[in-house]
Ligand binder design. Structure first.
Ligand code: FES
Ligand code: FES
Length: 215
């Protein structure tokens, strides 16, 4: 993306050539995941809701009316209008993932989503990830693994990671890596973050297993 125009032209030509060769050979699906990580879980379908300038959306379980956000990104609407500053603006162009929230069951980069897209929908932000009684297992695992330094990327990492754990509670390291491939950390590095994701996965699976009843 940041290469020169000449580099990108050559890269596109090479990619296209390779794609056409694979199609011609019938091997275009080789190496593709059969069930790729999508970072989405089923959400109730919502009928279109007439929009008259005020965004009505459920945020972290509460109905919110955002009166002055129709021209904003979802990230700005959440931060400026709803007062939820957990999602961060790192790049504002879809590269860093610091702004990740859930919209209708899907992890999205809220800096790229026009706020009116949330009208009639359901948003979950980092402020809504923990239950009223305990942290989400992934939040706890981040603490236990010291998987944080400055913290700027962490809300996005948690929202992407927690969505993976909803989608695949028993996730593999590969899947964890894919899940946070859109999230950039500038200081902690990824080792502890991935370790925390696998620990949380283990905790969730253990919790879901039926208890053995001794005779
Ligand atoms: S602020 Fe949205 S991806 Fe960086
Ligand atoms: S903890 Fe600082 S950017 Fe990730």
């Amino acid at each position: 993306m940041r290469g020169s125009a000449a580099y990108r032209r050559r890269a596109i030509a090479a990619t296209l050539e390779s794609a056409l060769e694979r199609i011609a050979d019938g091997t275009e699906a080789r190496g593709l995941e059969i069930a790729p990580v999508l970072l989405e879980t089923p959400a109730p379908s919502r009928p279109p809701k007439p929009f008259h300038g005020t965004i009505e959306t459920t945020i972290n379980g509460h109905l919110s009316r955002l009166h002055d956000a129709s021209h904003k990104s979802l990230l700005d609407a959440l931060r400026d209008e709803a007062g939820l500053t957990g999602a961060k603006e790192g790049c504002a162009e879809g590269e860093c993932g610091a702004c990740t929230v859930w919209l209708d069951g899907r992890a999205v980069m809220s800096c790229l989503v026009p706020a009116p897209q949330a009208h009639g929908g359901e948003v979950v932000t980092i402020e809504g990830l923990a239950s009223s009684v305990e942290l989400h297992p992934l939040q706890q695992a981040f603490i236990d693994n010291a998987a944080v330094q400055c913290g700027f990327c962490i809300p996005g990492m948690l929202m992407a990671g927690a969505k993976l754990l909803d989608e695949r509670p028993d996730c593999s390291l590969d899947e964890a890596q894919v899940a946070i491939s859109g999230n950039i950390c500038r200081c902690t590095g990824y080792k502890k973050i991935l370790a925390a994701m696998l620990d949380a996965s283990e905790a969730i699976v253990e919790r879901a297993e039926p208890l053995e009843v001794s005779a």
